[in-house]
Each structure stands twice: as structure tokens, then as C-alpha cells.
Unconditional design. Structure first.
Length: 289
């Protein structure tokens, strides 16, 4: 990847841009925070594991002292297992994630639904168990003022990671709960292919908890999980997607989340500089109309 010059700390056009930690996976939490500050990014999407490495109180202090917002916390979910010890452990983990999200002054906890349990082929039952799990967590989320954000995932991940594949499916679930407690993630990588997605984004008005961006690149690498690309390197029309999200009333952070081995091997400073430039070229002009 060729490095591009950073936009600069004084560029007000970056006011909604957020770096999801996994985009610069080789960075520690301290390095990610410092990298955001140097590049003039006002927001960061945190992952629970790097936060746990330094401790919740330390992470909170570092983010506050840096003057950053937390656009989202990743992740909760994985609630498709049958009743038993493993499911109870998953519920407990999600309860802890909600409390951590509140402590970090973040509004949104991203829920990855989970895949099929080993040997299970019943997608409908797995989706029903995910819904039951969300219902169990709603009172906890309400108590802590946290928004649970259901993330629909591309169908290639339905078996092992996300049995909710479309925004329409995610909204069918979210709409069973108050909008201030359960929303949805609009992620370009996962949803760009969905028939009627423009109409579903309009339907999601008032429930879009997070707008995440990365590109769909081809050919896909052997590990599909690492198949996200830098904006502009693939097939997604970010202008239209962003305009749809904007028309739905979403005015929150726009979070860049890219899982890509080549990107992870690139110095974080170069990655963030490219993110800022691509954001300004492809996304920001359509986000603030």
C-alpha cells in the first residue's frame, strides 16, 4: 500500500471519522490512541481485549485524557448456542461488555450474532436463540444506558459468525425492542450486496447505531475474515451508501473497520494517513449535506 499524506489535525472535515482498533491490529491501545490524536481523528472504536490488557480504568483515563470519543465497543453477541453452561457464560460475558461500554463512556456495544453451533444445521433456531439472548440483555442495557447494535454480516459468515445476514433481518429483530436500546450496524462490507438495501437503510431511521466502512475487494484472500479492503480499492459505491445513511438521519461517527493482513503489515501511521485521505475523497463530501 502506498502511503498518502495525512489530512492534518486542524481539518474540521475529519470531525466524524473514527478508527476501529482492528484496522491497525498491530498497534497497542496506547499506540492507537496516540495515532488518532496525531492524525486529528476525534474518535476511536475500542475492542474489549486490548482494553482488558491495560485495565478498564486505565483505558478510560487514556481515552478521556486524549480527548477522544469512543464510537463503539466491540464486541458482544455470539448468542446462538443452546441453553447450558456455554450459553450462560456468553450471557455473562455480554453483561460484562455492557458494563464496560458504559464505563468507557461509549453509547454503543456491537453485537455479532454468532454462527451455528457444532453439528447444528437449523438456522431458524439459531436466529431465535440470538433473539432470546438480546431480549435477556435489554434490561441490563437499559440500566446502563447502552445501545445494543445488531450487526448483520455477509452470508459467507452465516455458518460460523453471523446467522443474521441482511439489514432487513436485523431490523426485524431490533424493531421488537425500544429504539433507544436496540439498533443496527450499517456496515458497507456486509451490506453492499443486499437487494433493496437503500429501502432498508431508510427503514432503519432512528435505529442506526453505527456506520462502519470498508471495501469489498476481489479476488478474496484465502481467509474470508481478512477480506476487507481500504475504501476505494474495491467495488462499493461509498457516495450512494453514505447518502442513504445520511438521509436516514444518522449523524454519528463513521468508523473505519478493516480486517486485512496486508494492511496489518503496514505501519499504522501510513494506514491512518490513507484512511483520512480516502475518507475525505470518497465519504465525507456525502456525509455532511
Amino acid at each position: 500500500m502506498t502511503a498518502e499524506a495525512p489530512a492534518g489535525r486542524s481539518d474540521a472535515r475529519l470531525a466524524r471519522l473514527s478508527l476501529n482498533q482492528r484496522t491497525c491490529a498491530e498497534w497497542s491501545l496506547r499506540e492507537a490512541i496516540d495515532g488518532c490524536v496525531r492524525a486529528g481523528l476525534p474518535s476511536i472504536g475500542l475492542w474489549r481485549e486490548p482494553v482488558a490488557e491495560v485495565g478498564l480504568a486505565t483505558a478510560r483515563r487514556w481515552v478521556r485524557d486524549a480527548g477522544l470519543r469512543v464510537s463503539s465497543v466491540c464486541r458482544g453477541g455470539f448468542l446462538t448456542g443452546p441453553e447450558g453452561a456455554e450459553r450462560r457464560a456468553a450471557i455473562d460475558s455480554n453483561r460484562a461488555a455492557i458494563e464496560e461500554t458504559a464505563t468507557l463512556d461509549a453509547a454503543t456495544l456491537v453485537l455479532v450474532p454468532g454462527g451455528l453451533p457444532d453439528g447444528d444445521r437449523d438456522l431458524d433456531a439459531a436466529r431465535a436463540r440470538f433473539l432470546d439472548g438480546v431480549a435477556e440483555l435489554v434490561p441490563v442495557a437499559q440500566e446502563h444506558g447502552v445501545l445494543l447494535a445488531i450487526e448483520p454480516m455477509h452470508p459467507i459468515f452465516a455458518a460460523d459468525r453471523g446467522v443474521i445476514s441482511t439489514l432487513a433481518q436485523a431490523l426485524d429483530l431490533a424493531e421488537q425492542f425500544p429504539a433507544e436500546t436496540v439498533g443496527v450496524v450499517v456496515d458497507t462490507f456486509h451490506l453492499w450486496w443486499e437487494p433493496g438495501v437503500e429501502q432498508q437503510i431508510a427503514r432503519a431511521a432512528g435505529r442506526i447505531a453505527s456506520y462502519q466502512i470498508s471495501d469489498w475487494i476481489t479476488p478474496l484472500p484465502p481467509d474470508a475474515l481478512l477480506s476487507r479492503g481500504m475504501m476505494g480499492d474495491g467495488h462499493i459505491d461509498f457516495a450512494r451508501f453514505t447518502e442513504w445513511v445520511n438521509r436516514a438521519g444518522y449523524a454519528g461517527d463513521i468508523e473505519v473497520e478493516i480486517f486485512n493482513a496486508d494492511l496489518w503489515a503496514t505501519p499504522g501511521e501510513e494506514v491512518v494517513a490513507t484512511i483520512a485521505r480516502r475518507y475525505l475523497d470518497l465519504v465525507q463530501p456525502h456525509a455532511d449535506r
